[in-house]
Design a protein around this ligand. Sequence first.
Ligand SMILES: [Zn+2]
Length: 268
Amino acid sequence: MPEQREIIWHQVRPGEERPARPATAAEARRRLESGNADFAKIGDHGGRQVISVGPEAFGLPPTAGVGLAQEPFAAVLACADARAPVELLFNQAGNSIFVVRVAGNVPGRECLGSLNYAVANLPTVRVITVLGHTGCGAVSAAVDALLSPQVYLNVIHDPSLRAIVDALLAGVRMADLTLIDRYGREVRDHPRYRETLIDMSVTANAAITAVVLGRAVECPVSFGVFSLANRTVGSYGPDGWRAGLLDPPDGDTGLTELLRWGATNADL
Ligand SMILES: [Zn+2]
């Protein structure tokens, strides 16, 4: 019989405790990280996760007939991919996260405007997190555009698709150069090259987007990659995959180091 898995939103009763809303960026980041750790764990071992929430998580205002106040503790810019549902993978209930989703989690004007709106109008937002994910279709399209001019020519005639691919190409190029630097030009002939380039480009794109947001929005920013393989949000470090969110890289050096760790861990 398959493992039983349950995630329950439990509305606290009067007098029952529930976790306080994070008061700082560090607390908000830890809440996302620990929520994801719980989500990943239930995939490994089965069992039940209980998320204690107030009535507002079900859309119920304190006074009947009055609109509910929006009080997310974090804003997340994530990909539209159906396999990376933001609240679910961070183990959060409704009214907890201001979610902006777009293919490739690219920081286009409307997305930046939405995040700026959240920071300016929702004082409970403590942190913005950029969330990429492994196996991203939008990033795969950008990788294919880099590897095959014909693919890019096909995209050129569709301005809406091209806007997404163009926004991703810088990260793809950085990942490509890092792999060539580490393994030589012949790495492009390796059968797993495309797959590796996609996953490294996902990290590069999330990191670059975090840098962009750090400059464009008045709020602390972090980023991470959701692994479809192990359900954790993390990134490659010197000793392999590590769960947890990161600060935006500090200029070229930080980004290069991050990509080198990805290249070192690549199975090429
Ligand atoms: Zn995606």
